[in-house]
Design a binder for this molecule. Sequence first.
Ligand code: NAP
Length: 294
Amino acid sequence: MKKVLLLGSRGYLGSYLVKYAPKDITLIVSARDKEHYIGKFEFLELDITNREQVIKEIAKLKPYVVINAAANALPDLAEEKKEWTYSVNVTGVSNIIEGCKKSNSKLIHISTDYVFSGEKGNYTEEDVTKPVNYYGETKLEAEKLVKSSGLKYLICRTSVLYGLKLDYQRRVLFYEVYDKLKENKDVIVQETQIASPTLVDDLALCIYKMLDFEKSGIYHTSSSNPVSRYEYAIKLAEIFNLDKKLIKPVQMVKKTAVRPLNTSLNTSKVQKDFKVKFRTIEDGLKFIKEQIVL
Ligand SMILES: NC(=O)c1ccc[n+]([C@@H]2O[C@H](COP(=O)([O-])OP(=O)(O)OC[C@H]3O[C@@H](n4cnc5c(N)ncnc54)[C@H](OP(=O)(O)O)[C@@H]3O)[C@@H](O)[C@H]2O)c1
């Protein structure tokens, strides 16, 4: 069976990659420590910033594919903790690349729509990158390392993940809106910020569909429906029968990191090459509704 090493298994996407692991692979899950891990898969304690250990462990395991879902994925924290963010998002990736080289493993690296400036929207894989915040800069630098590594690689750029969360996970877009509406509190949303919110389940399933890739490249792996934060919140209220009037659109929500305005992604390439389709916001929200305990 093909060995797949998953880095960042305790993160939001990582947890879903564990959940949806296909039966025909041997998954090795990895995180910095074993806290919260109660799964059935082999576990590897690994800090991706520890170069020696990363190279040694990957070389020992010789995985068919390494999936890197580990990162500092929080733009505001990235501005506050630049050195640490760089060590995880860039140096960590450089370490993983060296490990993959030693073991001749393929690499699937997760990246972001925040490599774009947000001036245009509907970005294709060929469009010019120009991050507007530090998080985006580090993710772009990592992409460049992966592209020039000589490895067989995929870079999967995604956009605002949403879905059900586990208890210990950080807040995600869905709950930022849902929890407030449930408590009859106002929800302030930036109507000028547009992206391609992606059901985390769909991204996990897509990544597993891509495992046997032959040709290296960048793919936009997100939903194909650009929506503003405001439109997302309205759709959520409609589907969950919550009060839309509580949703207050504003031009700008001030945050530590500058946000690119329209980073919606064009997903034609992944649809064509891997025959995957991501759910629309409406279908994604209905899918959550079916599972949520109301
Ligand atoms: N979430 C989004 O909306 C979004 C949007 C676009 C792109 N992405 C990209 O998608 C990927 C996954 O994001 P996510 O939302 O799942 O992030 P997340 O929930 O914050 O998870 C990231 C994981 O990385 C781990 N990590 C951090 N530093 C590490 C280190 N030194 N060694 C090993 N593991 C380390 C964290 O471990 P601990 O649990 O120990 O802290 C955490 O489990 C990232 O590449 C991100 O840039 C996410």
